[in-house]
Design a protein around this ligand. Sequence first.
Ligand code: NAD
Length: 509
Amino acid sequence: MTIAARTVNVTQETVALLDKIGVDKALYTGGDMASYSPVTGEQLAALKTDSRDAATAKIEKAARAFQAWRLVPAPKRGELVRLLGEELRAVKTELGRLVSIEAGKIPSEGLGEVQEMIDICDFAVGLSRQLYGLTIATERPGHRMMETWHPLGVVGVISAFNFPVAVWAWNGALALVCGNAVVWKPSEKTPLTALASQTILQRAIARFGDAPEGLSEVLIGDRAVGEILVDHPKVPVVSATGSTRMGREVGPRLARRFARSILELGGNNAGIVCPSADLDMALRAIAFGAMGTAGQRCTTLRRLFVHESVYDQLVPRLKKAYANVSVGNPLETTALVGPLIDKLAFDGMQKALGEAKAHGGAVNGGERVAMPHDKAYYVKPALVEMPAQVGPVLEETFAPILYVMKYTDFDKVIEDHNAVGAGLSSSIFTLDLREAERFLSADGSDCGIANVNIGTSGAEIGGAFGGEKETGGGRESGSDAWKAYMRRATNTVNYSRALPLAQGVSFEI
Ligand code: NAD
C-alpha cells in the first residue's frame, strides 16, 4: 500500500499552528534539541535544552510562586483553571492538530486528547470547592478532631510522548486547584505541544490577573533534565508517566529523599472473551483497543484470551479486520492507524514479532507500510496467534501487536491474565453475571482498571486512572486522586477546661 506524497509542508503547518496559538518563535528556533514529526519523519523545530542552572532556576521560581499561591482560596484557584478550560476550548482545533503532527494521532484522537484536557479542567473547577476533610469522633470530652488538606509545594510532572498534553492537564489542573505550583518536563519527542500548552495556560494566567510569576514552568530536554526535577529538594511530589524502565529509575531516586511519587508506567493489558460474549461488540472493542493510536496507548489491548467455543467465530473476523484496517498519514487521510513514533519503536516491534515466531506464534501483519517518507514508520498492526503466554507476550512492546490465545478453563484464564508484571487495564466480554462479577472481585483481575463489555482503553477523567504492580501504583485524574497533590493534617482542638490524655494516660505534675 502506498499513499500519495503530502502537498502541504508539515513544518510550515506546525509553525502556522504555533503562531496561531501564540507560542514565541524564539522558544523553538535555533536550539540544540531537534523535534520531529512521526507523520513524515521531518524535523519540525530546534528547541533549546534547559541547562542544569536554567532548570534549577525555573524550579526555584516555581517554589517561590507556591508560597503565594497556597494562600489564594481554593475556589479562586479554581477560577484560573476555569479560564484555562476556556482558553483550551478556543484553540482546540489548533492544539488537536498539533498533537496529530507531533505524536502521529489520527484527527479524532488528537482532538480527543484536547477534549480530555478540557474535561479535567471542568472537573478541577468543581473540585476547587470540595477539597474537604473528615471530622472524626474523639474519645476526649470537649474536643474536636478533624482533617485539613494543604498544598504540598512544587508538583513535578514528567510525561510520555503518547499523551503529550493530556497527562500534564490531568496533573496540572488538579495540582493548581490544590494550591501547588507545577514544573513540567514533557517528552523530548513531543516538546512543541508542551510549549503550546504552557502558552495557553499563560494566557489564562494573564486573564486571571494576580497569579504569582512562575506558577507553571516547562523544562525542555531529555531524561537528564527530568533527573534534575526528580532530585530537586523543593519538589515534594513527582508524577512520572512513561515506561516501567523509567519508573525503576525515578521511583528509588524519589524514595531516597522521601519525596512522593505518582508513577504511571507501562501496561500489558488483556481481554477475555467468554462463551456468552456479544461477539460483534467484542470485535469492535478489541479492534479499537488493540489497533487504535497504532498500539501506542498505555491501555492498549496487548493480550487476548478467547474461549475455545467461540475462537473460530471471533478470530477469523478479527484477522479480517486487521487485514482491512487503513494505515496512513493521519493529516491527510481518514486512516484509522497512523505512524509509530520512531524507528526505535519499529525495531522493537520487529524484534518482538521475531521472538513470538520463535515461540511458535503465527504472525499476521506487522510489516512496514511503504510511504513516500522514508524516515516515517508506518506498520500494519499485527495479530499473533500464540500457543501459550510465553516470551514477548509477557512484556509490553509499545506497538500494535495483539497476542491471541485460546482458553478452556475460567480459573486458569484469570490466573494467566494476572501472570504478567504490569497491572494497568483489563476487560472481560461476557453476558454471564458470575464471570463478570468474579473478574471484578478480589480474586479476579489484579489491574487498576477492570472493565466489563468495553475495551481496555479510552478511560474517562471522572475515575481514578492508574495501575498496580509494575505499572507503579499511582492514581491520577478523577475520584479522590487529588489527595496525592496535598498533605493531610490531623487537628485536635480542645475547647474544654481540662486536659484529658488519650488512652486514659495520667501525667500529673
Ligand atoms: P519513556 O519512559 O521513554 O519516557 C517518559 C518520560 O520520562 C520522558 O519525558 C523521558 O524524558 C522521561 N525519563 C526517562 N527516563 C528518566 C529518568 N531516569 N529520570 C527522569 N525522567 C526520565 O516513555 P515513552 O516512550 O515516552 O512512553 C511510552 C511508555 O509510557 C509506555 O511504557 C507506556 O505504557 C507508558 N505510559 C504509561 C501511562 C500510564 O498512565 N500508565 C500513560 C502513557 C504512557
